[in-house]
Write a protein that binds this ligand. Structure first.
Ligand SMILES: *Cc1c(COP(=O)(O)O)cnc(C)c1O
Length: 220
């Protein structure tokens, strides 16, 4: 077997984590009918507290988090979603998965994040949402984006896949936009191997997210 420990992005896993994983496997509860076992439910609660959001809904990866968030907002064919031209491909891919069209806006060279002025230039009557990616842990200019969204009746989705724990104006990312998405892929700041989380302060969006996650079933 190659020596994977010599690679970059080697996950840091402690004895504690190995013991907890063994405990889950030994318990036999790998899931429940509510689609998340006790550990996932606890992780959701603690993650929501960590980012300062009311709800956290766990999914299988960050791409699914973005897809679920857009579906929960009602994004679909005929809609346009503005995304930064410089990001990981999944940001635009999730828009395409809903049948909507990704529209690329330029980035601000100071932050490498989406430029609110170029977002304004890309708005059309079909624009339904903006995805702000907090790239390399640097938060996007959420104040300007939320002002623009309010002015035009749009949603702001945070792609925080690379920004767990980052702060903007004294608040953690994941609690600022209408809905936010995290990844727990092996090379991210926090990992579960594969995993994702959607956070929101909106009860209705949270309810729809849980339905999207669980084949349309309520209360899951
Ligand atoms: C990693 C990443 C994703 C996708 O997350 P996966 O868990 O790999 O599906 C989405 N957006 C950004 C900015 C990412 O870095």
């Amino acid at each position: 077997m190659p020596n994977y420990r010599a690679y970059i992005n080697v996950p840091c896993l402690s004895e504690d984590e190995l013991e907890e994983v063994a405990r889950v496997l030994e318990s036999g509860v790998l899931t429940t009918k509510d689609s998340s076992g006790p550990y996932v439910t606890r992780f959701e609660r603690e993650f929501a507290n960590f980012v300062g959001a009311k709800h956290a809904v766990a999914v299988c990866n960050g791409t699914a988090a973005l897809h679920a968030a857009l579906l929960a907002l009602g994004v679909g064919p005929g809609d346009e979603v503005i995304v930064p031209s410089f990001t990981f491909v999944a940001t635009a891919e999730a828009v395409a998965l809903t049948g909507a069209t990704p529209v690329f806006a330029d980035i601000d060279l100071g932050t490498y994040c989406i430029d609110p002025e170029d977002v304004r230039a890309k708005l059309t009557p079909r624009t339904k949402a903006i995805i702000a990616v907090h790239l390399y842990g640097l938060p996007a200019d959420m104040g300007a984006l939320l002002d623009l969204a309010e002015e035009r009746g749009l949603y702001v989705v945070e792609d925080a896949a690379q920004a767990h724990g980052a702060e903007y104006a004294g608040r953690k990312v994941g609690s600022i936009g209408h809905v936010a998405c995290f990844s727990f892929y092996g090379s991210k700041i926090v990992t579960t191997g594969e995993g994702g989380m959607v956070t929101t302060n909106d009860d209705e969006i949270a309810e729809r997210l849980r339905m999207v996650r669980n084949h349309g079933e309520r209360g899951a």
